[in-house]
Design a protein around this ligand. Structure first.
Ligand code: SF4
Length: 143
């Protein structure tokens, strides 16, 4: 993963910049938005986001995510119901549709950050965003 260090640093920098913006967010980790089957919505990850998430997942001591019968995000820990990779959660998990956290952040508001993630995606040979479960599973194979 050393070879991707600069790319992953750029993804982290995008997340940090988003967190520093004066956009009202109030994520209480209710994990409602992590219930993909229930909400019908799944975050789409660029390659840099997927690699960073996969790295965080491995750092949690796990090898591969277990399949969830309830259709929830595979990063949601069965035992605790908490996100296993919260600090490295993808961009969509930070800007998504959760009304309790303040509703979706408008795309225009964060477009420069999205463009940076797309640039990293291209640099890493990605072909655009893919749904979270597949993106992270693929990234885990490459670690
Ligand atoms: S990565 Fe974490 S925050 Fe994002 S949907 Fe999955 S469990 Fe929820």
């Amino acid at each position: 993963m050393k070879r991707h260090a600069a790319s992953l640093a750029e993804v982290r920098s995008v997340y940090a910049e988003l967190a520093a913006r004066p956009i009202q967010r109030n994520c209480l980790r209710r994990t409602e938005c992590c219930q993909f089957q229930r909400t019908g919505k799944i975050p789409q990850l660029t390659r840099g986001e997927a690699l960073l998430a996969a790295q965080a997942f491995r750092a949690s001591g796990r090898k591969f995510p277990s399949l969830r019968k309830d259709g929830a995000c595979p990063m949601l820990q069965n035992e605790t119901g908490k996100c296993l990779i919260y600090e490295s959660r993808p961009f969509g998990c930070r800007t998504h549709f959760c009304q309790a956290a303040g509703g979706p952040i408008g795309r225009q508001e964060v477009l420069p950050l999205i463009r940076r993630l797309e640039k990293v995606d291209a640099e890493l040979g990605g072909d655009g965003p893919h749904p979270l479960p597949q993106s992270i599973t693929q990234a885990l194979r490459e670690l």
